[in-house]
Ligand binder design. Structure first.
Ligand code: SF4
Ligand code: SF4
Length: 439
């Protein structure tokens, strides 16, 4: 089988052995559940309940606030305690619905469907109604992604099974424990695109997943498994599309412009639940890991649960963590408060010890060129970071600063420990905000 890859990239310590071989464990939530109304890209959801209302598991408690938005569902039964601002992983205060969990888990009834008998628009409507969003971190509403202007021009639906971010093993566990749901979810998405073939794109450090899924799709005419070379950021959208199809996209293009739709493992399984079982998005898998926790593993988590409860289920802290990151070490962000809820996009909680965190002071650039060598965005990170620090937006854009995918490779490789990604990322945010304000 061909091994596919892209230009640039790095090979950081992957830390996956900490959690990859332990089966997923379901956590039963105990305390209050917090549902932020913004846990997706687009308009915030609009509450459909008020203080004092009783809610059931699977009941819609907030409706989509527009086409680019997603509804939110209760994941426990109980009483709405309040609707008001609560802190989320980014540190921002976000309007949220708080439910007093009664521990009974009384549930609504769901209507299952035979996906083969559904029209395309019915499939899209079920995905939209279930509140499915990109669960790899972006949170883009999936029904919008699956509704490109010219669906007949989509020739690839790529299941992003790379899981290239160090320490994360939730996709791995999902592929090992529930591979059929992934295949069935992909088949549902393929029903929307008559001219597309499905590709399960997996890094070659997961040979067991490659073997298992290859066996499952052996008789599926429209689905193949492709083994990708193990290299970070193999799972970044642009790099993945290039590795699988040889097609290139830039920051002003969408995957659909290259005839591709890309969805991650959890999202595709959520599509399966939404369409085949009629169940809304209520759960996700979260990797709780790092040397600072006693029992790193993957948890099957109800959205709305407090991060502190996840740490408790992982046996608590072995030692005081030097740094706690929401997500992986390359693209995640540092957390300053664990008293925040799990959302649709929360993939991991990484608790690093002092030994795992590099505390070296930033030094001056020695012009070694290593950041340029590893940059998959084909830009000059050292120069862009200088422009960002000078707030020179014009030069930043002219030097293709918007082509950066914020992968973190440049900061990782820099011997002077320059915080290149951080500077570039904040400049990109400024440019995007300024563009939005000009509209
Ligand atoms: S400049 Fe951006 S794309 Fe290039 S290595 Fe740095 S973070 Fe990655
Ligand atoms: S890797 Fe660091 S030291 Fe080397 S050129 Fe880039 S910014 Fe300068």
């Amino acid at each position: 089988m061909a091994r596919l890859t892209f230009r640039g990239g790095v090979h950081p310590y992957d830390g996956k052995d900490l959690s990859k071989d332990k089966p997923m464990k379901t956590i039963i939530p105990k305390g209050d559940m917090v549902y932020p109304l913004s846990q997706h890209i687009g308009a915030p959801a609009v509450p459909m309940v008020k203080k004092g209302d009783r809610v059931l598991v699977g009941q819609k408690i907030a409706d989509a606030g527009g086409f680019v938005s997603a509804p939110i569902y209760a994941t426990v039964s109980g009483t709405v305690k309040a609707i008001g601002p609560r802190r989320v992983v980014t540190g921002d205060m976000v309007n949220s619905i708080i439910v007093d969990n009664d521990g009974l888990f009384e549930e609504v009834e769901y209507t299952s469907h035979n996906p083969e008998k559904l029209e395309k628009k019915e499939i899209i409507e079920l995905i939209k109604e279930a509140g499915v969003v990109g669960m790899g971190g972006a949170g883009f509403p999936t029904h919008v992604k699956l509704s490109p202007k010219e669906p007949e021009k989509i020739t690839y639906v790529i299941a992003n099974c790379a899981e290239c971010e160090p320490y994360l093993t939730s996709d791995y566990r999902r592929m090992i424990e529930e591979p059929q749901k992934l295949v069935d979810g992909l088949k549902i998405i393929l029903r929307l695109f008559d001219n597309a073939q499905g590709v399960l794109a997996i890094e070659d450090n997961k040979p067991d997943c490659i073997e298992l899924l290859s066996g499952l799709v052996a008789n599926e005419e429209r689905i193949t498994v492709k083994a990708l070379k193990t290299k970070y950021p193999q799972g970044a959208e642009r790099q993945l599309i290039y590795a699988v199809t040889g097609r290139e996209i830039n920051s002003s293009m969408l995957p659909a412009d290259a005839g591709c739709v890309v969805d991650n493992v959890d999202t595709i399984v959520a599509v399966y639940h939404a369409v085949a079982e009629g169940k809304p998005l209520m759960n996700r898998i979260v990797t709780v890991t790092g040397d600072a926790v006693n029992e790193p593993r993957n948890f099957y988590v109800k959205i709305g649960m407090n991060y502190n409860d996840l740490i408790e289920e992982a046996g608590g802290f072995k030692t005081e963590p030097q740094k706690v990151i929401s997500g992986g070490p390359m693209m995640g962000f540092a957390l300053f408060d664990l008293n925040v809820p799990t959302t649709k996009t929360a993939s991991a909680l990484l608790c690093l010890t002092k030994d795992e965190v590099s505390e070296t002071e930033e030094g001056p650039c020695i012009n070694c060129g290593r950041c340029v060598e590893v940059c998959p965005g084909r830009v000059v990170p050292s120069r862009l970071a200088d422009m960002a620090r000078r707030h020179d937006e014009e030069a930043f854009v002219a030097n293709d600063g918007m082509e950066c995918c914020e992968c973190g490779c440049c900061s990782y490789i820099c011997p002077a420990k320059r915080q290149l990604t951080q500077s570039i990322k904040s400049m990109r945010k400024t440019v995007l905000n300024n563009r939005k304000n000009k509209k």
